[in-house]
Design a protein around this ligand. Structure first.
Ligand code: NAD
Ligand code: LMR
Length: 327
């Protein structure tokens, strides 16, 4: 029997976590022979109301053989103690009419506290996936507050955008999502992100040779950019099951590596690739091997793409400026 790994999930009584925790416990992340211990973090209010306890009871009632123990707490230093994986989900979601950056004033502080706690007590190899919005800038805050971890320990979630884009292209071309490769989401998890098809393939053919340019510009890009807001309009709350699915899938890629010849989009600290300012948490196409993330190099960037990539970079700089007191 393998030694259990420790997985922290914040916002554990929230709706994304409710779609994530049961899938994690069933072994979907690490396989059927890897036991785990959950460290669930919530606010003192959620603990007092019994909301987290309800989730713990339901997890126990599944009698998952791989779930060896659950620690439920409102103390980040308890939640992150020695953890190998951390899903930072706990944060307020936006409401209809808001942009994700409007959440900075409410959520930013959470990520400075949690960055400090991770730095102090987590495993030095911890993989931290920030989902709480605005995810890129929250990840930047966490990194800045975690001097004893490497920036590479952190990423922000763009996998939902990547999957949204994959579905839109597959649907348009009448193929399955597995037939699509090398989509890129550049930049920020916001309406300013740039979903790029210049390098995408559909069953090995160039995507842009199969779809009209007008569809790409006027339909595909805005649909992917606005999908989160459209879901909120439709159901009155932000995406949950699809977000949990993306978080699980991203972490699996991080642990086991990306498929040969098919990169993923991941917001990581920029190393200056493609002229993007160093250290901004910006989404690039990445490949992962043995847990090491590398930004795909040498892609040709058209003037059209360059302008959109710069715009998203500028938005991230603005967000950074708004939280500079926390960096
Ligand atoms: P939710 O309101 O259902 O759950 C959030 C939970 O976080 C609540 O239970 C709350 O008590 C808890 N929480 C708040 N502050 C906390 C703290 N300091 N420590 C621990 N827990 C805390 O929200 P949700 O729908 O689960 O969404 C969570 C976040 O994820 C939101 O910010 C949302 O915008 C974001 N999100 C991001 C993506 C993405 O692709 N990056 C996708 C969907 C949602
Ligand atoms: C999403 O993309 O669905 C999430 O970021 C939630 C939101 O506010 O759009």
């Amino acid at each position: 029997m393998k030694t259990p790994v420790k997985i922290a999930v914040t916002g554990a009584a929230g709706q994304i976590s409710y779609s994530l925790l049961f899938r994690l416990a069933s072994g979907e992340l690490l396989g059927p022979d890897q036991p785990m211990i959950f460290h669930l973090l919530e606010t003192p209010q959620a603990l007092a109301l019994g909301a987290l306890n309800g989730v713990v009871m339901e997890l126990n009632d599944c009698a998952y053989p791989l779930l060896h123990k659950i620690v439920a707490t409102d103390d980040p230093e308890v939640a992150f103690k020695d953890v190998d994986y951390a899903f930072l989900i706990g944060a307020s979601p936006r409401k209809p009419g808001m942009e994700r950056k409007d959440l900075l004033a409410i959520n930013a502080q959470i990520f400075s506290v949690q960055g400090q706690a991770l730095s102090k007590v987590a495993s030095r190899d911890v993989k931290v996936l920030v989902t709480g919005n605005p995810a890129n800038t929250n990840a930047l805050i966490a990194i800045s507050n975690a001097p004893d971890l490497r920036p590479e320990n952190f990423s922000a979630m763009m996998m939902l955008d990547h999957k949204r884009a994959t579905f839109q292209l597959a649907d348009k071309c009448g193929v399955l999502s597995n037939d699509i490769k090398n989509i890129i989401i550049w930049g920020n998890h916001s309406a300013g992100q740039y979903p790029d098809l210049h390098h995408a393939k559909v069953k090995g053919q160039d995507a842009l040779s199969l779809v009209e340019w007008d569809w790409f510009v006027d339909k595909f890009i805005p649909t992917v950019q606005q999908r989160g807001a459209v879901v909120i309009q439709a159901v009155g709350r932000s995406s949950a099951a699809s977000a949990a699915n993306a978080a699980l899938n991203l972490m699996r890629n991080w642990v086991f590596g990306t498929d040969e010849g098919n990169w993923i989009s991941m917001a990581v600290p920029s190393d200056g690739s493609y002229g993007i300012e160093k250290d901004l948490v910006y989404s690039f196409p990445v490949e992962i091997k043995n847990g090491e993330i590398s930004i795909v190099q040498g892609l040709e960037i058209s003037d059209f793409s360059r302008e959109k990539m710069r715009k998203s970079e500028a938005e991230l700089k603005e967000e950074r400026e708004a939280v500079k007191h926390l960096l």
